[in-house]
Ligand binder design. Structure first.
Ligand code: FAD
Length: 316
């Protein structure tokens, strides 16, 4: 079977869940070959082997992670030229999409980003216009480069004993054009990471202030969920911008998305419309978010959210 290269998304050796999703997806269409860039592989190899990896290309050189995304692109471009994989899968994160775009240019290939499903022949599914339209697209030139959104596939373990191959790349001057000068590791709270969480509870302008966001946090904690926010809430300074969901924020696709005091503007939908089940709490029955929901509660969030939290906590 042809190889599918899967770029491992990891932070200092800690592999993100989306990688296991990509490996699961890759196994359905060929041999899943992981590409590891940077240090930390030894600590992660057993975990990768749980997901049916046939081979791991390891580029452990620390220098590769010193220069933003360009070195990863050069390495992948070299692997595409040398190994002729059937496709390359990356996570549709900010970094993953930049890598996908650059790699497509380097390899003169087509690219699909923000894919939420895949069919035979690497036909990618996209959800657009607030989820109202689903489109299917296929790469017709070169090697399909496909950026898949986190949470699009359920990761399935399949133990394997991957072959390992050390690879290296000589970086061009162009790849060294921008260097990482500082890494700020954000404090990891108790909650799951927003783009990887299975459940997200987001608050909007209806929450009415920074202090009131504790209602959103309490509801999120009762469900083991991540907290998100609309741009109205982040612009008002009620919640940090890193938690913004939407066109100019993060894209999430959890199993369950609960929108609290959010109207459902198109720019917000762009970041959450592919969530599997959507619930909204809003006092305005005409709010556009209700066009999108699986379950809606028309009511005052200051009454509904605490009752919901209490009820969920009771049932634990
Ligand atoms: P509002 O639209 O003001 O809605 C608040 C809702 O709360 C209302 O529906 C109201 O009925 C309800 N409410 C009020 N009080 C209560 C209560 N007590 N109980 C229950 N419900 C209550 N927005 C994003 O979210 N993410 C983005 O990434 C983003 N990017 C943008 C990019 C561009 C270029 C532009 C132009 C806009 C962008 N926006 C984005 C802004 C977007 O257009 C909306 O303005 C924003 O999403 C509105 O946020 P909201 O729903 O919280 O506020």
């Amino acid at each position: 079977m042809a190889e599918i290269l899967v770029l491992v998304d990891h932070v200092d050796g800690e592999v993100k869940k989306v990688t296991f999703e990509l490996l699961t997806l890759a196994r359905a269409y060929g041999d899943a070959a992981a590409v590891w860039v940077g240090p930390g592989y030894e600590g992660a190899k057993d975990k990768l082997a749980e997901y049916g990896v046939s081979k791991v290309y390891v580029a452990a050189d620390e220098e590769l992670t010193s220069y933003v995304v360009a070195p990863k692109v050069e390495l992948l471009a070299q692997l595409v030229a040398d190994r002729s994989p059937a496709a390359v899968f990356v996570a549709a994160t900010g970094e993953g999409k930049e890598i996908a775009g650059r790699l497509a240019v380097r390899t003169e290939s087509g690219v699909l980003t923000d894919v939420v499903g895949l069919a035979d022949g690497f036909v990618g599914e996209h959800s657009i216009f607030g989820g109202a339209i689903v489109t299917h697209a296929k790469v017709t030139k070169g090697t399909p480069i496909i950026a898949v959104r986190p949470n699009s596939t359920a990761p399935e373990a399949s133990p394997s004993t991957p072959e390992e191959e050390q690879v290296s790349v000589t970086l061009s001057d162009a790849a060294k054009g921008a260097r990482v000068v500082e890494k700020v590791v954000q404090e990891k709270g108790e909650r799951p990471e927003l783009t990887e969480a299975a459940i997200v509870v987001s608050g909007g302008r209806g929450v009415g202030g920074a202090d009131n966001f504790k209602l959103i946090e309490e509801l999120a904690d009762s469900l083991g969920a991540a907290v998100g926010a609309s741009r109205a809430a982040t612009d008002a300074g009620w919640y940090p911008h890193t938690f913004q969901v939407g066109q100019t924020g993060k894209t999430v696709s959890p199993q369950l998305y609960i929108a609290v005091g959010i109207s459902g503007a198109i720019q917000h939908r762009a970041g959450m419309q592919t969530s599997k089940t959507i619930v909204a709490i809003n006092k305005d029955s005409e709010a556009p978010i209700f066009e999108l929901v699986d379950f809606g509660v028309v009511g005052d969030l200051f009454q509904v959210a605490p009752q919901l939290t209490e009820e969920i906590n009771k049932r634990k």
